[in-house]
Structures are given as structure tokens and as C-alpha cells.
Design a protein around this ligand. Structure first.
Ligand SMILES: *[C@@H]1O[C@H](CO)[C@@H](O)[C@H](O)[C@H]1NC(C)=O
Ligand SMILES: *[C@@H]1O[C@H](CO)[C@@H](O)[C@H](O)[C@H]1NC(C)=O
Ligand SMILES: *[C@@H]1O[C@H](CO)[C@@H](O)[C@H](O)[C@H]1NC(C)=O
Ligand SMILES: *[C@@H]1O[C@H](CO)[C@@H](O)[C@H](O)[C@H]1NC(C)=O
Length: 638
């Protein structure tokens, strides 16, 4: 230190924390004794000063952060070579924090920090030192700039800024599978000491997980971790500074780790045998029962397929899956009959839809169960021995004639007695009665086939619910109808008709069913058998010809003749009737054209008989040629 050449700055250690700080690097300690020189006469250093501030790196004071002692911290001391100790020199401090944070004793040059400093707030302060003459204030030295550095202490714990964390890893992962990386930050000076050197450790979550001390990567630590046993883990990771050593600060974070599902479980039936029952009155398609193979895996890993693999019920039942509940649904495929077979057995297989080949070695992804199905007796309605009955009864048969018998059976094991009844609306006129116990149907009165040839009634066989059967009763024909003329026309003859002339051919009809097979015989009724006017010839083909046998018919003496004719059918018993043929005598011209007949008065149009009509038509034909006869013609017709 040369005289008069420099303003010296000392750091004075007064037993404060700053000096005793264990981590204070050695070179810093050296700096504390250095003076702040003006170097202009020390060529080499002077150049350094001139060229760059780097020369001032040495012109640093250090003040430890966060110091909270009773007295202000002595940061250092300014000293000028020209200071002889007589008090004539005044030291002045200016720059960042001068007079507020840093105060100087202008006589001694001692600089104190009056406040607690925080490196993480401001790491250094640039100040200027001056030495002036106390009386004149004239500078005795050029001003010197220097830096007060705030010395880091480990006053910041590591912090996980993004916690808590959420992560997932597949169950059954290999040991060491990376789950996630967590990173803590430390506000302390990373370039100085170990205050920001972090080491990670796991406080909670062992033995399942581990953390890499240097990287914070969390890994699985146990084999075969099973989601179905435990799905969630709360892991606590600690980051500790000072390289993890004693006295370091630490911070923790929570990591919630979820195991995701893999298909490591086959479906499994909780029971080996299931029992169901089905009533025999169920129809195909109806559900019989359900069973479920449990698969604790999630989503499609838990999807189960079911099939019937064997059993005597294979053809009677079918299986499907309820996609909502994952249950197997057994349904009836064909109707079952309690009276025929009372139990069925099915073997049901459950398998996984998606398999993970890694776990095949553990055994098949399948399970089977036996389903026993009991058929239950249903209260079935009585069954008639026939789907319908057709009976015949003779018409005219007396009241009480047996028509037939219906019979129904109770198919149930109980075999309850059955009561028969005719449904009244099918036999409104109550032609029949039924014996309610025996099912025998009888007539209540003679039936007429020609009025109603079929009586189609319904008979119920009652139990609850009952059955119905249709009974068709045909009324058999009897020859109970006499023949009669097929047509009821009057026969017209001319007054001058010649004897032997055929005037009419008559035929007959009969209402009886067999009539078409019958022959009708005709004869003049006995009371007219000996008349001299007409004869009848049976043609033996169910017709007869009528001839006149005399001449000289006159309207004036007799204009109408009634000829009674007997008609016989050949039925059993034979039936006959006498039908009267009405013969009218008309006036004719020479060509046998009818001019007029006497007919009973009639009312047009409904009462107009065929004979009258013919007469009128005859008149009109004539009138076409001779208008003067109009009146005569009408007079004659009425
Ligand atoms: C009676 O039953 C038979 C079947 O056995 C059926 O073919 C027929 O059509 C039925 N008749 C009536 C009138 O219901
Ligand atoms: C049929 O006969 C029974 C007794 O035999 C009698 O009660 C009933 O009134 C008769 N019915 C008719 C319609 O004559
Ligand atoms: C009654 O049944 C018979 C036989 O099935 C049938 O031919 C007839 O047309 C039926 N009659 C009526 C009125 O239903
Ligand atoms: C036959 O003609 C006569 C004379 O006109 C008559 O008295 C008699 O009743 C007639 N007999 C019959 C059956 O027409």
C-alpha cells in the first residue's frame, strides 16, 4: 500500500455471522482484507481499470443476507492513504442504497448496513466512495466505485410449483416403470454453495414407488401391483436442498398415482351351479333367468361373452348377454311341457371378449357353470279332445234327442273336474242343452233343416280361464216337404182350341235337400179324374203334359177352369200335394193369337199377373194396326 495512492476499503470482521459462515468460500475471505486502490500509477492494473470494470471484481464487499443481529452490520471500511487520522478527511458514500441501507461514518469510513438484506430480492448494490477535505469539501481522491454483494444463505426451501401431481401407470407394470417426473425449484443461489442443490426422496408411497434422488423421476417399485386390489396411491415426494444433508431445507409434494386397468382377470362365476325355474305356460322368447360371471376388470377388459356348451336343454333354451349389466340371459327357445320333462341342465361358459396374451400363462380366460332349470306346472285350460266337433241331427227329431258329446281333459296334474256350457249367444234360440258334467248335447225341440241347416255353437269347458270348442251341428234332411209346381202361371187356351192339343207342361220342386235326386209323379186329382175337359200325361221325367180333350170352349159359358193335379215325390216317407192349375179361356183370331181373356182385376204394376200382361201385350200388338179398337181392347182387359 503506497502512501497517497489510494482509497482503501477494508472489510472488518467483528465476529458477525458473515465471517463465521461456514460456507463462505475461501477466496471471498481473502477479498475482505483488500483495499480499494486507485491504480492509475500501477501501469498494468491501471490499464485494467481503464479497459474494463473487470478489475473491480475485487472491489467487492460482502454482506450476508437475512442478518438480524442487534447492531447494524459493519460492511467494510473506506480508508484513504492521505488520511493521517487527524479528522480532516471526510468520507462520502453515494449510489444504490447510500444513506438508507448503507450508512458511512464520515470520520472512520466504516460502512454499516442498517437493514436486513435479501439476496433473492436484490443480489448486489453499486456504490461510490469519495474522500474530501472536511473544511473545503475538495476531493482528495477521485471517486471509486465498488459493489456490495449480498451473500446467499440457504433461506429458501425447495418448492414444487406444480403440485399436487396426478399420474397413472398400468397395473402389473414391470418394476422400474417410469410414472412421472416431479421437479422442485429453490430460490437460493444455484451458483453458490449447496443451497439450491436438491435431492429427492419418497416420504410416503413405499414400497410401491421409488423416486430417483437426482432427477425426481418416480418409478414403480413392486411387481404385480394389482388395480383390483388397490387402485390409488398417495405418494409424498420430498425435495431437500444442501444436497440432502442435515440442516438443509425441504419441501414436499403429493402425487396421486392411479393404476390403470389391464385385462389380468378372467370372468368367474361366483357359483358353480345355478337353479332356475320356468313355467310351462311361458312362450319362446321369454326370459327364464340370469347369471353373471364376475370380471373385476374395467371397460372392455371386463366384457364377458356367454355360450351354452352342453346339456340336455341345448335345444330348448338360448343364451344372450345383457350389454348393460353384463349378465347372461337365458331365454326359452321352445315351449316346455311339465307333463313331458321336468328338468333341464345347461352348461354355460363365460369368456373374455378381449384377452391380454401376457396373462394367458395364468390360465384360460374362461369359466363354466351349470344351470339347472326346473319346469313348473302351469294351470292350463282344459283341452278338448278335438279342435272342433261336427255332429248331425235329424230334422224334426223330438225334444231331447242326443246330438253328440264333447269331451275336455284337464291337462294339469291336479286334474280338476270340468263343467261344460253352451255359450248362449251362439245358440240364441236355445235349440240345445248340454249336460254340464258329461258334455252331452241334446236338442230342446224339433229342428227344421229348411229353416236353419246348421247350428254352429260354442261350448266352453270351464276351469278358470276355460277353453272353448266349436260344435257344428248339421240338421239332417228328412223328406218332410211336399212337391209343388215349379211355376204358378195361369194357362191360357183359345176358345176354338182343338181337342188333343198340348196346352201346358208342368214341373215340380221340393224344398227337401234330397229333392234333386227325386222323381215327381203327376196325376189328375181323384175328384177331377173323370172330367171330359183335360187329360194329363206323366212324362216320367218329373214333368207332365196337359191336353184338352174336347172342343167348344166358350168364354161366355165358362172362362176359367181349375184342374187339381196331384204331385208325388218318391221320398221316404213319400210326400204328395195337390196343386191346382188355373186354365183361362181366351178369344183368339184364326191364327190362334190370343185377343182377350177374362182375368181378375189387378193393380199396376205389382198385381199384374202374367196372364193379364200377355193379354195386354196382345192388345197392343193389334192396336199397332188398328187404333179404333183401343177402347175395346182395354175394356176387354179389365
Ligand atoms: C276343425 O278343425 C280342423 C283341424 O282339426 C280344421 O282343419 C277345420 O278347419 C276346423 N273346422 C272348423 C269349422 O272350425
Ligand atoms: C222338452 O222337454 C223337456 C222335458 O222333457 C221340457 O221341459 C221342455 O219344455 C221341452 N221343450 C220344448 C220346447 O217342448
Ligand atoms: C257351420 O259350420 C259348417 C261346417 O263347418 C259350415 O259349412 C257352415 O257354413 C257353418 N254355418 C254357419 C252359419 O257358420
Ligand atoms: C168340364 O166341363 C163341364 C162343362 O163346361 C163342366 O161342367 C165341368 O166342371 C168341367 N170339369 C172340369 C174338371 O173342368
Amino acid at each position: 500500500m503506497r502512501e497517497g495512492l489510494g482509497l482503501q476499503v477494508f472489510l472488518v470482521c467483528l465476529g458477525m455471522a458473515v465471517c463465521s459462515h461456514a460456507s463462505m468460500p475461501q477466496n471471498h475471505a481473502h477479498q475482505r482484507g483488500l483495499s480499494l486502490h486507485r491504480h492509475k500509477e500501477r501501469g498494468k492494473e491501471g490499464q485494467v481499470l481503464h479497459r474494463s470494470k473487470r478489475g473491480w471484481v475485487w472491489n467487492q464487499f460482502f454482506v450476508i443476507e437475512e442478518y438480524t443481529g442487534p447492531d447494524p452490520v459493519l460492511v467494510g471500511r473506506l480508508h484513504s492513504d492521505v488520511d493521517t487520522g487527524d479528522g480532516n478527511i471526510k468520507y462520502i458514500l453515494s449510489g444504490e442504497g447510500a444513506g438508507t441501507i448503507f450508512v458511512i461514518d464520515d470520520k472512520t469510513g466504516n460502512i454499516h448496513a442498517t437493514k436486513t438484506l435479501d439476496r433473492e430480492e436484490q443480489a448486489q448494490y453499486t456504490l461510490t466512495a469519495q474522500a474530501v477535505a472536511r473544511d473545503t469539501n475538495k476531493p482528495l481522491e477521485p471517486p471509486s466505485e465498488f459493489i456490495v454483494k449480498v451473500q446467499d444463505i440457504n433461506d429458501n426451501p425447495p418448492e414444487f410449483l406444480h403440485g399436487p401431481y396426478y399420474a397413472s401407470v398400468p397395473e402389473m407394470s414391470n418394476v422400474g416403470t417410469s410414472v412421472m417426473q416431479v421437479t422442485a425449484t429453490d430460490a437460493d443461489d444455484p451458483t453458490y454453495g449447496n443451497s439450491a442443490r436438491l435431492v429427492y426422496s419418497i416420504l410416503q408411497g413405499q414400497p410401491y414407488f421409488s423416486v430417483e434422488p437426482q432427477t425426481g423421476i418416480i418409478r414403480t417399485a413392486l411387481p404385480n401391483m394389482d388395480r383390483e386390489a388397490r387402485q390409488e396411491y398417495d405418494v409424498v415426494i420430498q425435495a431437500k436442498d444442501m444436497g440432502g444433508h442435515m440442516g438443509g431445507l425441504s419441501g414436499t409434494t403429493e402425487v396421486k398415482i392411479t393404476l390403470t386397468d389391464v385385462n389380468d382377470n378372467p370372468p368367474k362365476f361366483p357359483q358353480s351351479v345355478y337353479t332356475m325355474s320356468v313355467s310351462e305356460d311361458k312362450v319362446p322368447g321369454e326370459e327364464v333367468g340370469r347369471l353373471k360371471a364376475k370380471d373385476p376388470d374395467l371397460g372392455e377388459n371386463g366384457l364377458v361373452l356367454y355360450r351354452l356348451i352342453e346339456g340336455d336343454g341345448m335345444n330348448m333354451f338360448e343364451i344372450s348377454v345383457d350389454s348393460e349389466t353384463q349378465e347372461a340371459v337365458i331365454k326359452l327357445k321352445k315351449p316346455v311341457d311339465f307333463e313331458a320333462k321336468r328338468t333341464y341342465t345347461l352348461r354355460v361358459e363365460a369368456s373374455n371378449k378381449f384377452e391380454d396374451p401376457r396373462f394367458n400363462a395364468w390360465g384360460p380366460y374362461k369359466d363354466t357353470a351349470t344351470v339347472k332349470i326346473m319346469v313348473e306346472d302351469a294351470d292350463e285350460p282344459p283341452a278338448f279332445t278335438s279342435p272342433n266337433y261336427t255332429f248331425e241331427v235329424e230334422e224334426n227329431a223330438p225334444n231331447g234327442t242326443v246330438v253328440g258329446r264333447v269331451h275336455a281333459r284337464d291337462t294339469d296334474v291336479a286334474n280338476s273336474p270340468i263343467r261344460y256350457m253352451i255359450l248362449s249367444y251362439t245358440d240364441v234360440d236355445q235349440f240345445f242343452t248340454i249336460d254340464s258334467e258329461k258334455g252331452i248335447i241334446k236338442t230342446t225341440r224339433p229342428l227344421d233343416r229348411e229353416t236353419q241347416s246348421w247350428h254352429n255353437i260354442s261350448v266352453s269347458a270351464a276351469e278358470i280361464g276355460g277353453s272353448l270348442v266349436r260344435v257344428n251341428i248339421k240338421v239332417k234332411d228328412l223328406n218332410d216337404n211336399a212337391p209343388e209346381f215349379a211355376a204358378q202361371n195361369d194357362v191360357l187356351v183359345c176358345e176354338n182350341v182343338a181337342p188333343g192339343k198340348l196346352i201346358e207342361t208342368v214341373s215340380a220342386v221340393d224344398k227337401d235337400e234330397m229333392a234333386h235326386r227325386q222323381h215327381f209323379r203327376f196325376s189328375i186329382a181323384p175328384e177331377a179324374a173323370n172330367n171330359h175337359n183335360f187329360t194329363l200325361k206323366d212324362n216320367r221325367d218329373s214333368t207332365a203334359s196337359i191336353f184338352v180333350t174336347r172342343k167348344g170352349f166358350s168364354r161366355m159359358t165358362q172362362d176359367i177352369y181349375f184342374l187339381p193335379i196331384e204331385i208325388n215325390d218318391n221320398g221316404v216317407p213319400p210326400m204328395s200335394s195337390t196343386n191346382t192349375l188355373t186354365i183361362r179361356v181366351c178369344s183368339c183370331d184364326s191364327r190362334d193369337t190370343i185377343l182377350s181373356c177374362n182375368v181378375e182385376p189387378f193393380i199396376l204394376p205389382a198385381g199384374l199377373s202374367t196372364g193379364a200382361l200377355i193379354a195386354i201385350l196382345a192388345c197392343i200388338v193389334i192396336l199397332l194396326g188398328d187404333y179404333t179398337n183401343l177402347f175395346t181392347c182395354f175394356q176387354a182387359s179389365y
